[in-house]
Design a protein around this ligand. Sequence first.
Ligand SMILES: [Zn+2]
Length: 153
Amino acid sequence: MEKVFSGRYVNLGSLAQEINSIFISEGWESIVQTMSPMMPQGGSQYADYMIRATKKGHMHHVEEVIVRIAGVPNDFRLIIEEEHIGALGRELMERKLIKTIDKEINDGLFDMPMIPQQISVPQPQSNQVRCSQCGAVNSAGSRFCSSCGAKLM
Ligand SMILES: [Zn+2]
């Protein structure tokens, strides 16, 4: 099965770790691997994680569940590969994993902090003076503000 998430700015690495820890808390052996291609310039936010969990089921038959998280922070897919999934894996998916992840994503648990906007206020240089009335920057020798006409100190 596959589920698409979009809209939130999700930290996919944290999400992968959370899925991994859910498996472990349910008695599975689980590891996270990153499948992302190497990005030479480091500019891409594309990520591809694979969580591979195994557990011994009936008659020592080993069940395997593979969960993939692939995409960019605000548009990614959660893919559960059903090829080797057995009764235990299916039960965990239906009872806990999908509901938990869905809720935690919607609650914003994995949201990445917004990058603060650069607020650029022009700073007066040594040969400039700022008007105390309107804030405009004038050259140091000016007697009156070129913007509002106020008398400058
Ligand atoms: Zn002024």
